[in-house]
Ligand binder design. Structure first.
Ligand code: ZN
Length: 219
C-alpha cells in the first residue's frame, strides 16, 4: 500500500468517526446535516489553504466532536493519537461558559494557539460564514448576524499573514451578503467601521440578553 492510500484510509476513518459522533445533528440555519460543516472545513484547508498535514486535516474533521457530542479527548487520542487530540483540545470551547463569554474567550485565545489550531479555526470561520451566506437561523436578529460576521473578522485579525489562501477566502465571504427577511444584507455591519470594538460589545450584550430570554421562556 502506498503512503498516500494509508493517509486516505486514515482520513476516511476519521470522517466515519465524526459522522457517528455527530449522528443526526442538523445545522441551526437549515443548512443540512451538521457533519457537512467539519468535512467542509477540511476541504477548505486542503483546497484553499494548501494544508496537506494529515494531523491538521483530521483535527479539522473532528474539531466540533468534543464540544458538541459526548465524545471525549481521551477517545480521540486512543484512535487518532496525541497530536490530533491536542489540536482538537485547543479548538474546543469551554462549554461551562455562556455564548458571549465563549466568544470573548476566543478573541483572547486565538493569538496564543498553535499554528495547527489557528489553521483549523480559520477554516471553521470561513465555513460558518459561507453557511451564513446561504441562510441565518430564523431567530437571529440583524445585530446577531452582522455581529457574528464582525466577530469572525476580529477573532482572525491576529492570524493575518499565516495563510494567504485562507485570508483571501475569508475576505471574499466577509465582503459578501446574506439573505435576511425579504432581502439581503452586507455581512459586515455598515456602521461598525468607525468603532468595531464598541459594536462587538453591543453584540456580546445582545447574546447575553438572548440567553436570559431563552432561560426565562424555559421556566
Ligand atoms: Zn465548527
Amino acid at each position: 500500500m502506498s503512503s498516500n492510500s494509508i493517509v486516505t484510509a486514515d482520513l476516511l476513518e476519521c470522517v466515519r468517526f465524526a459522522v457517528a459522533a455527530h449522528g443526526r445533528q442538523m445545522r441551526k440555519n437549515g443548512d443540512g446535516p451538521y457533519i457537512m460543516h467539519p468535512i467542509e472545513v477540511a476541504i477548505i484547508l486542503l483546497r484553499e489553504g494548501g494544508v496537506t498535514s494529515p494531523e491538521i486535516l483530521k483535527a479539522a474533521i473532528l474539531h466540533d466532536v468534543v464540544e458538541d457530542t459526548t465524545t471525549t479527548l481521551g477517545q480521540i487520542e486512543v484512535v487518532f493519537g496525541k497530536h490530533v487530540a491536542s489540536i482538537v483540545a485547543e479548538v474546543t470551547d469551554d462549554r461551562t461558559l455562556t455564548a458571549s463569554e465563549r466568544k470573548r474567550a476566543q478573541v483572547e485565545h486565538i493569538p496564543h494557539l498553535s499554528t495547527e489550531a489557528k489553521l483549523v479555526k480559520f477554516g471553521d470561520k470561513i465555513s460558518n460564514l459561507r453557511s451564513m451566506a446561504r441562510g441565518v437561523p430564523g431567530e437571529w436578529s440583524l445585530l446577531q448576524a452582522q455581529g457574528y460576521a464582525l466577530w469572525c473578522r476580529e477573532a482572525m485579525m491576529p492570524v493575518v499573514g499565516l495563510n494567504a489562501g485562507l485570508e483571501s477566502a475569508l475576505g471574499v465571504v466577509l465582503s459578501g451578503t446574506f439573505p435576511f427577511q425579504v432581502g439581503t444584507r452586507s455581512m459586515l455591519p455598515p456602521d461598525a467601521s468607525v468603532d468595531p470594538k464598541a459594536y462587538l460589545e453591543r453584540y456580546y450584550v445582545h447574546l447575553e440578553e438572548q440567553r436570559k430570554k431563552k432561560q426565562a421562556e424555559k421556566k
